[in-house]
Design a protein around this ligand. Structure first.
Ligand SMILES: [Fe+2]
Ligand SMILES: [Fe+2]
Length: 314
């Protein structure tokens, strides 16, 4: 095949991502919560839930193998709770976009499907959390209250929230494809959750891309730069939450294992785990090539600023 034919094929693939085709695909891949969890479909606590790239327990040399597995599970609890939390601000963002119907064919039903899937995902993450809590044996803390976090994010401009949402949606794609799908050590039930989420999020990421293009098409270059400023404000707010989450995870770890870490160990735990959380929820989004490509299309310094900032989040 000649290069020009490859180029035409790629161009066709891009064009295919319309509200209509994304709606068609989402109806085809749609699943029910009961397909994934319930009955004998349970978490297996003898296996890790999160890949080491996210959990980073091996860097903590003072932990035993058993304690590393416990910390992996605590981090997985935070992963479930974090997705339930962020979907809490993605849903009102999508509902706002639905209310701004501009008559584009298939836009409203595609976004309604998007919103109903996010509601279902929140319920799915809650079901996994209750399965986790029923079996883990001690309490794991998490950030909150969720309404206050949602409102703090949504206090920013719509384009900034669109950029943050797009990053999260592409991040969830990358988590499954790059870090989870081929990891044979992970619990199959936790992998199943990420696989099913990935299948529906794939359409969300592309719908977010269309929404961001709509917003950017009506904005001046200065407004786009301001949206990037606000995106960084959202990122800094979330990063403060991740620092608090590392402390909550340390408390959860000591509660679960009955072990009290000394001052040096606590300090090392917090540094390593804060950075692990930063990579999991911020860096892996800001380094995603599809997210960066969408930022590049905004023009100006959007892509360069995000790429530069991502260096400290690896
Ligand atoms: Fe979702
Ligand atoms: Fe989503």
């Amino acid at each position: 095949m000649s290069l020009s034919r490859v180029g035409r094929k790629e161009a066709l693939k891009v064009q295919q991502h319309t509200y209509q085709t994304l709606l068609d695909v989402s109806k085809r891949v749609n699943w029910r919560i009961d397909d994934i969890i319930g009955g004998d479909k349970r978490l297996d606590f003898s296996k890790p839930f999160l890949p080491e790239t996210f959990a980073r327990t091996e860097a903590l040399s003072f932990l035993s193998d058993r304690e590393r597995l416990t910390l992996n599970h605590i981090r997985a609890h935070g992963y479930l709770a974090m997705f339930a939390l962020v979907e809490g601000f993605i849903l009102p963002f999508v509902n706002t976009a639905i209310a701004q119907d501009d008559g584009t064919p298939h836009r409203a039903p595609a976004l309604q499907q998007f919103a109903s899937e996010e509601e279902k995902h929140m319920e799915l993450f809650r079901r996994f959390l209750s399965d986790f809590t029923a079996s883990f044996g001690s309490e794991c803390g998490f950030l909150g209250p969720p309404e206050a976090i949602r409102d703090a994010v949504l206090a920013h401009g719509e384009m900034a929230v669109a950029i943050a949402t797009l990053g999260i949606e592409w991040m969830s794609q990358a988590h499954y494809v790059e870090s989870v799908r081929d990891d044979g050590d992970l619990d199959p039930q936790f992998k199943s959750l990420l696989k099913h989420h990935w299948r529906e999020e794939s359409q969300h990421a592309r719908l977010d891309g269309l929404l961001l293009k709509e917003l950017a098409g009506k904005a001046t270059p200065a407004q786009i730069e301001r949206a990037i400023d606000e995106y960084f404000e959202i990122g800094a707010f979330l990063d403060g939450g991740l620092r608090s989450l590392a402390e909550l995870d340390l408390d959860s770890f000591e509660r679960a294992t009955g072990r009290t870490l000394n001052a040096d160990q606590r300090a090392e735990f917090l540094v390593v785990q804060h950075q692990a959380l930063r990579w999991t929820f911020l860096g892996s989004a800001m380094r995603n090539k599809n997210f960066l490509a969408a930022l590049g299309e905004l023009g100006g310094s959007a892509r360069a600023r995000v790429e530069e900032a991502s260096a400290m989040l690896c």
